[in-house]
Ligand binder design. Sequence first.
Ligand code: SF4
Length: 76
Amino acid sequence: MDGRKLNVMKEYSNSEIKVKWDPKLCQHSGVCIKTLPKVYDLNKRPWINLENANSDEIKSQIGKCPSGALSFDDLN
Ligand code: SF4
């Protein structure tokens, strides 16, 4: 398994944004997986693959995370 077991903040970047996922806050509601399954896939490692969507799609999805576990920083 990955950082989800270790409760360590995970970070994933493309050329425009850095996405952060905090396992301590995640409620495992699955909203991210349902909203953007091409990016969030628990069967893959890493489970977040930013290259499968554009940054606007990812930012919009992060806004729907109910717990605040997902957040992002603009890199540019
Ligand atoms: S939407 Fe947020 S709270 Fe729900 S599973 Fe994804 S990261 Fe966790």
